[in-house]
Design a protein around this ligand. Sequence first.
Ligand SMILES: *[C@@H]1O[C@H](CO)[C@@H](O)[C@H](O)[C@H]1NC(C)=O
Ligand SMILES: *[C@@H]1O[C@H](CO)[C@@H](O)[C@H](O)[C@H]1NC(C)=O
Ligand SMILES: *[C@@H]1O[C@H](CO)[C@@H](O)[C@H](O)[C@H]1NC(C)=O
Ligand SMILES: *[C@@H]1O[C@H](CO)[C@@H](O)[C@H](O)[C@H]1NC(C)=O
Ligand SMILES: *[C@@H]1O[C@H](CO)[C@@H](O)[C@H](O)[C@H]1NC(C)=O
Ligand SMILES: *[C@@H]1O[C@H](CO)[C@@H](O)[C@H](O)[C@H]1NC(C)=O
Ligand SMILES: *[C@@H]1O[C@H](CO)[C@@H](O)[C@H](O)[C@H]1NC(C)=O
Ligand SMILES: [Zn+2]
Length: 749
Amino acid sequence: MESGEKGDSPRNREPWFRGRTRTERILLVLALVLILLCAALICVVVYISVKLGSSDNFQACDKLECIRAAARVADGIDFSVDPCDNFYEYACGGWMKNHVIPSDRSFLASFSILRDTVQVKLKQVLEEDISEGEIEAIVKAKNLYGSCMNTTNLKAVGISVALPLLREIGGWPILGTNEGGNWREGDFSLTSLIVTINKYSNVPYIYPYVYLDSKDKKRRVLYLDNPGSILPERKHYDQPRDSPLMKAYVDLGVKVAIEFGADEEQARRDMEDILDLETNLVNITTPLEDRRDNEKLYNKFTVGEMKLNFTESKELDFTWRGYIQQLLQIDGVEFDLDENQTVIVVDIQYMKRLIPVLLQFPKRTITNYAVWRIMNNRIKDLPDRFRQYLGEYLKVLYGSSHIRSRWRKCVDVVVNYLGLPIGRLFVQRHFDEEAKAGISDMSDNILDSFRTILSELDWMDKDTREVAEEKALFIKRKIGYEDSILDDDLLNRRYENVTIHPVNYFENMLFLLKRTVIDDLLELRTNLYRMEWEVAPSTVNAYYSPPQNRIMFPAGILQPPYYHKDYPRSLNYGGIGTLIGHEITHGFDDRGRQYNKEGELHEWWSKRSVDKFKDLQTCFINQYGNFSSPEADGMKVNGIITLGENIADNGGVLQSYRAYRNFVSKRGSEENPLPGLNITHDQLFFINFAQIRCTIAEKKNFVNHLMTGPHSPSRFRVTGTLQNLPVFSEAFQCPKDSYMNPRHKCRLW
Ligand SMILES: *[C@@H]1O[C@H](CO)[C@@H](O)[C@H](O)[C@H]1NC(C)=O
Ligand SMILES: *[C@@H]1O[C@H](CO)[C@@H](O)[C@H](O)[C@H]1NC(C)=O
Ligand SMILES: *[C@@H]1O[C@H](CO)[C@@H](O)[C@H](O)[C@H]1NC(C)=O
Ligand SMILES: *[C@@H]1O[C@H](CO)[C@@H](O)[C@H](O)[C@H]1NC(C)=O
Ligand SMILES: *[C@@H]1O[C@H](CO)[C@@H](O)[C@H](O)[C@H]1NC(C)=O
Ligand SMILES: *[C@@H]1O[C@H](CO)[C@@H](O)[C@H](O)[C@H]1NC(C)=O
Ligand SMILES: *[C@@H]1O[C@H](CO)[C@@H](O)[C@H](O)[C@H]1NC(C)=O
Ligand SMILES: [Zn+2]
């Protein structure tokens, strides 16, 4: 009331309060306190919501996985290297210094460490006692492991376990008149020799297998290919006989034969002959460089036509019809052959020259080599001294004996032959189910960025681009494992015809090898019960399958350093994301692109786009072909046999990076930093891409790797890919013309 009247004089301000009544004053004070309290409350609420919301940039991620990741990333880096000078040395330099190659292996890579960890977990589940009510399929897996681990029995039975096999084959000539020998030249039949050994999934002279017809996915068909050689690459056979490798190879055969009672000198002569024969055969195989055009590997004949195009021999008792007929008649298969049955010959030059080459050799040598093919593979299942012999040879070949703890070998055997039951135990104990949704979501985002990239490409014409987009949309996914392995009945049924003895390891192996072949051949006529997805869930790897147009990521690889649900996304996209992109791009690499969206081998590209593709691929062939490996005395990378993988690496990183940036834009701000690391998330993306590949290896391992591909050595998978990528150079601010930021860049996808 009065306050208004006296309000213009400054002195009157005080009296305004004093002029109130006592009650008014108390109420005013109370109101003020309440207002302050409210303000404080609002502040707290705002603070909390801000902290939970988007502007947490200042706060490092303090989840356990972030702390682990930060330590791993930091340990891997060599901070003394400039990332623009050599990104592999920068990202993996620390890792390489902190690791040594264990004496039982010839290389060590980040993924080997994860594989070793998975093996430890599998060992633990396999060694648990068979429980009451354990399902059959798992009992089989545990028994196989137990039989493999029983070294007491292995010693007790010695070589006797292999003798019935040698008798069934008709004797190994190298053994003379010892048990397992007693070969009779008069009984020689090339057809029986090949088929009898083939029964056990070993493939002398011809490698037959049943697979989807690449031009008609509705059916399965018999393929015939060359069987490869025992030394991993044809160039090895050019070495002189007195080279350490040739000597080690011959010595291996001699030592094995002597264990079976052979005369040393005879065994040595026989092994030299075997090597002669093998050298001649290797010489007629089509080199890897010429096996990238899948049309040329698809040569269809009917069984009846085979004799018109491929030499036969009465002398050796070999006709193509007879061979295929006998192959399809093995126990458990027993199909009658029909002249019109189609066969696809993969390596046509080899098949044409096979019989003429064999005719230059005595039957004794032909038999010795065929039996050596299977014995060489069974050495590892004989008593441990045989593994020592094998180790001496492998040491010369790869630089290490590769003799790992027996339990590791036994875990591998179970994974190879009973991978689904053991995989079920693995995923039940160790797999985070949330990963499935996480990876599926990432795959969506990466496919989206692949499709955006497609729409930006100017070298493809519109029609081809549209079909490409459709193919990308058709890509099927398998993530983690197939649910049916959790169904007792389905899993048991899958292995209903597999019998495993708890003690007799060698017999178990022969049984499993036989089963593999029977199951394979039966697919020609019957639809056996198979799980849709048969890769062992514990596998630390990822796949693209052209005939299925399908990408696969087993549970084994959905773990750090590739993926973790609590990782910043930069690490997940730099890790598993680049693999997802890599596998997608395989559908569009130099070979994958030959298959259409249904997975059939049909040209779906315009001539103009194919020509353009081939132009652009030359850039990659030259880029990688000019890399020389410091770890292998400067030996060059083969730009042709590594082409598909290089294209996949290049496409994969870009797609995943773009998907990551989309994620960040949607999020509205960069992710929280990793604790203790002053490294941006863009940089972390590329660092993880590199670090999942860090590798150290023996020189000999490098040499073999460079000869046989199909991947470039890790060093160049990292530098080659990132040299081509402007977004990498931006992330690390690499100056133009630095090693990591050359002017000339290759790009396809
Ligand atoms: C190992 O094999 C022997 C037979 O040679 C058998 O008596 C023993 O029980 C087996 N050991 C295990 C652990 O199965
Ligand atoms: C390899 O094959 C070529 C013909 O293709 C022949 O000239 C050469 O002698 C063969 N080498 C051996 C070791 O058989
Ligand atoms: C197979 O032989 C027939 C008849 O001699 C010939 O016409 C055909 O071109 C041959 N096919 C191949 C792939 O060599
Ligand atoms: C094989 O095919 C030919 C021509 O299509 C046919 O005349 C013949 O009856 C067939 N033979 C068999 C055994 O099916
Ligand atoms: C097991 O063998 C039987 C008889 O040969 C066959 O009918 C069945 O399909 C086989 N099961 C599997 C899963 O291979
Ligand atoms: C290296 O690159 C040059 C030019 O790009 C090319 O002509 C040459 O063939 C490449 N070398 C190899 C081994 O690929
Ligand atoms: C983090 O890195 C940036 C750029 O490399 C640098 O400028 C900054 O000083 C660094 N901060 C700390 C706290 O090390
Ligand atoms: Zn690949």
